[in-house]
Ligand binder design. Structure first.
Ligand SMILES: O[C@H]1[C@H](O)[C@@H](O)[C@H](O)[C@@H](O)[C@H]1O
Ligand SMILES: [Fe+2]
Ligand SMILES: [Fe+2]
Length: 297
């Protein structure tokens, strides 16, 4: 049985899907201590200690995310509408996906979205930020829309078109990426100008970039929320301080927003489980404030 599940079945979140996920959890993660509720913060994102599934994921991703692939993915994105549905329907669709790149969670994606949103709500943060938490990983729907695998959907992001930063996890795996040997793409600035701004660089294609593009014209979310969505996986920048030679002043401002969001995304992964049925009325209320009833995905 494959370790990743992304069937297109429309299951009710309260029933079969939860069972499916629990079965998978048992199969995927033998060492339950990895997910204990009192996990120390320093033990999150421990990629040295990560299992083979995570290492294999990044090896493949770092080899295949080239400039050529990224241009193709963006052209493909613009060429069609993949589905029409509401935000809550999109969340339900994701319910059986388990992310192969993530060393810190074994829960389904709807669970992760609710845990993130609930943690933000508990801290009394504004509604737009709760919504950002609720939707931030919906871009993983790409898995149901003909992605090539998980490598072009999940995982940390980085800039393509210039030298791969050594602040990216498993930096050695980029030697297998043809762009590492390209005379332009392998230079410090590559195809970019100094301080051109992150708006003008191509981040590796995946759930962040996809979802940002879906929401930028179909929501009333503020710029900070859109930045949280677009850059939440860009750890080399928001955590490691890489790419300052490409960032501009505007990016400095949004960095604060992305960093404020990050702990909720990361550390809520060991919170107690949420009940989607109980929480739905509250979050449907918030969704209706920021999104139309149906969106093009
Ligand atoms: O494995 C995780 C997961 O794919 C997250 O959704 C993403 O935002 C993170 O950057 C990544 O490390
Ligand atoms: Fe994510
Ligand atoms: Fe997340």
């Amino acid at each position: 049985m494959p370790v990743s599940v992304h069937s297109g079945r429309d299951l009710d979140v309260t029933s079969d899907a939860i069972d499916d996920v629990n079965v998978l959890k048992g199969k995927l993660w033998d060492d339950k201590s990895e997910f204990d509720e009192n996990k120390d913060k320093t033990r999150f994102r421990d990629y040295d200690a990560a299992c083979d599934r995570v290492k294999a994921f990044y090896k493949e991703q770092h080899e295949k995310q080239t400039v050529e692939f990224n241009i193709k993915a963006r052209v493909d994105f613009k060429s069609k509408t993949r589905a029409r549905m509401s935000v809550w329907e999109a969340m339900e669709k994701l319910n059986t996906l388990i992310d192969e790149s993530d060393p810190d969670t074994s829960v389904s994606q709807i669970e992760h979205l609710l845990q993130t949103a609930e943690a933000i709500r508990r801290d009394g943060k504004p509604e737009w930020m709760q919504v950002a938490g609720l939707v931030h990983d919906l871009g993983k729907l790409l898995l149901l829309f003909g992605s090539e695998g998980q490598w072009d959907v999940v995982g940390d992001t980085f800039v393509v078109g210039c030298r791969f930063s050594d602040k990216i996890i498993y930096p050695d795996t980029f030697t297998a990426n043809p762009d590492s040997h390209d005379s332009v793409y392998s230079t410090k600035y590559g195809i970019y100008q100094p301080h051109c701004g992150l708006d003008n660089v191509m981040l590796s294609w995946g759930h962040d970039e996809y979802l940002y593009n879906v929401f930028k014209d179909q929501s009333t979310l503020p710029a900070e929320a859109l930045a949280m969505i677009r850059y939440h996986s860009f750890y080399p920048w928001h955590r490691e301080g890489a790419y300052s030679h490409l960032a501009n002043e505007k990016d400095e401002q949004i960095l604060a927003a992305v960093q404020a969001f990050n702990p909720y995304d990361l550390y809520s992964k060991t919170d107690s489980p949420c009940d989607p049925v109980k929480l739905r009325p509250y979050y449907e209320g918030l969704i209706s404030k920021f999104f139309p009833p149906v969106l093009d995905w």
